[in-house]
Design a binder for this molecule. Sequence first.
Ligand SMILES: *Cc1c(COP(=O)(O)O)cnc(C)c1O
Length: 414
Amino acid sequence: MLTDLQRRAAELDAADPLAPMQGHFALPAGRIYLDGNSLGAFQPALLQVASATLHEQWRDQLIAGWNEAGWFEAPLRVGDLIAPLIGAGPGQIAVCDSTSVNLLKAVDAMCQTQPERSVILAQGDNFATDSYMVQALARLNLRLSVRYFVGDDELRSHLSADDVACVLLSHVDYRSARKFDMAATTALIHAHGARVVWDLSHSTGAVAIDVVGAAADAAVGCTYKYLNGGPGAPAYIWIHPNWIDGVTPALPGWMGDARPFQFKRDYAPHPGIRRMLCGTPSILNLNVLEAALAVWDGLSLAAVEAKSQALSEWFLACVDALISDPQLRLASPASADQRGSHLAFAHPHAYPVVQALIARGVVGDFRAPDLIRVGFAPLYLSYADVLAAVQALADVLVTQDWNQPQFQARGAVT
Ligand SMILES: *Cc1c(COP(=O)(O)O)cnc(C)c1O
């Protein structure tokens, strides 16, 4: 049985058009990394860029770097590298701030386009920061209030009140990996006169996205997950060209002003998405991210998504073949079309199981209360890696190795 699976993994790897992409990445020896959906892997080519930014730019050019090294334009220049990955046009994305901050800016902007409406509709089970940010927006802007929904039926029933200004949705759910049909859901929301902000944190770089084709209103996303920008790399924000020039940023920093070096008392927004810059951009991070994005040049997102789905289907096939623990239950949609690029399994001992896996070099993560989450970054994961990860999981479950005391202790970051 195992040799059959190994043979199949080797065939899948040999036929994988993205296999050469693995050469761009460096993973520690013996590590199988199923956490690219939380923090993407490192590329050795980034060292040279980081070093050049510190030495040839900062050390040698000092403040002249703002003009001579392209620092001033970096947020939109890097945005133009992300644009093709989400179906946006050039000049439509700013890379800045964190996803959390951009969520607040994007939802606020969409509510401004709906002055007659006051409800922000949010997922009750979304990533925590998405919820915190809309609550903060409602505290800052007393006109607004937050309503929550869970599940498609509640989404429809809240929308049918026809008082929703903006809906905030995670395209791919961070726990279950459930993926919305972006075009159909956007159309539903528009049919009720509301706008939609898509959080693409768990989809960018793993699934094909077309924000303009779907007629979405705004989107934000993360660059340290599947885009491999490094820990804390700046996030991005996209606002549809129909809206951007009519909105005033919630956080109008001087870098988003039309003429920042005139130091005027009153803010006048820069045309286009640049107005969404809040303050001075983080150049070291931006330059590293720009270099990290080079691997996407010429890649077909359809091929990336196809491999993502094939990897998760392969994981499930290996689980079927090798694991018969009745306590392990798939907590993601069964159909690959309805998932992003990770899988979640419920297990009553999920936390120590994940720790025991990490001790075997298989890095996934635990998500409260009882989920084992494994992510499949299509650019650097092989089918052989996936099989080896499932073998390790099978071993942890059969031996009950997770029961050891060292696997129970929890760190600050889980
Ligand atoms: C990762 C993620 C974030 C991250 O927000 P930060 O401000 O970068 O910490 C936000 N929302 C979702 C849905 C995410 O998956």
